[in-house]
Design a protein around this ligand. Sequence first.
Ligand code: C2O
Ligand code: CU
Length: 475
Amino acid sequence: MMALSRRGFLAGAGTALLAARAPGLALARDARATAGGVIDLVAGPSRAPIGAADALPSNLWTYNASAPGPEIRVTRGARVRVRLTNRLEEPTSVHWHGLRLANAMDGVAGLTQAPIAPGETFAYDFVAPDAGTYWYHAHNKSWNQVARGLYGALIVEEEVPAFPPERDLTLMLDDWVVGDDGRLDLASLGSLMDWSHAGRLGNRVTVNGRVDPLLTVPADMPCRLRLINASNARIFALDPNRFDARVLAYDGQALPEPVRLAYAPLLLGPAQRVDLLVVPEAGTQIPLEDVSGAAPLPLARIRAGEPPDAPAERAGEVPVVRPNPLPEPDLASARTVRLRMTGGAMRPIGPVTYRGEEMRGGDFRRTRQAWAFNGVANMPETPLFAARRGETIVLETVNETAFIHAMHVHGHHFRILQRSGSDIDEGRPWRDTFLIGPDQTTRIAFVADNPGKWLYHCHMLEHAAAGMTTWFDVS
Ligand code: C2O
Ligand code: CU
């Protein structure tokens, strides 16, 4: 990952990250789904503070009146039923990011379902096949709806949870654009500048809705920290070695064993997740920080509380998190599909097709589109590729833009085979979202085994809206 050119990242990361400190807050764990029950999610406007309980309320859009929305926890293999009620003034839908679920439940408005109109409800009903750290978020005008707060964590536990609840923490990272009064800056939503550059980058970073919260875990015990980046466009830079952490999982998929990274920083792009294993020593605090700037930016603090009473529980062995059985790509028989990314500020885009029409220059700029995949801005009429079910696809993505991107495949996890210009041995981890730097080519492989129409898009949500969205078909 180090080989990514950090240009696009640094361009935004240095600007005005105002880390106003809030008093330590113990964050309540959200309600679980009752077994077999239906979880009610209500998407609607709510007035909530950003960053600290005593901040001025902002006009947010949230699930069940909080951002993040309620954490949904289910067990691997469980049927998940969610009734979404839309109390917004515009249509919406919910995407279950990273889950290999049935296509009709993928929540992509306009592709896998009709947008849910204001006042309507929609019944999501699917099976969560893999244990791990996932999340859910709005998938209609995501650049707007997610920026206003429509997201939450979706945790799929192992049949017997590897870590007990007090040692299994979810940390949802977000960045917000707030004005001088600390309220969400609504006027800047949809800025064309953001759409054609590095996306909407906030000036206030929160974890679980709070600035630099203090979370407490039992001392001297292995703990799992599930980090989820819910930002529209911000890439966080972490250095797990600073607090002796090991990586348990990327994008929900457990590694064969916990890994100490031989490089830094670990970049966590929009929509990406990383599970870290930490053992906080009694009397200490782990500062979780973004290390991209000249001075580290505090994200959250993990405080070691009392050691557990029962001596038998102390210095517990590291729980084993077994990898999910995912279909291994068959590279010998794979078909390679290429995707050229062009456009954005500072680079030519070439002739572009948008909504079936070939365009150039001013006409194209008036569409608010700024990027293209293989010369097409936004959803092409025909898929990027049509796969036979079970076929291995090698997707070769060539980034000819001046920016870094966070590419996400719906409905499938893939292995990263190769990144040009990188000599880091990442061990080909499974992921559902990968970062790709300017002028970099990345090859990923997966078995297209999930029938339906799936998106492949940049998860910098402004980029997705401004052209970086395509789809593929598995039949
Ligand atoms: Cu989380 Cu189409 O994305
Ligand atoms: Cu992008």
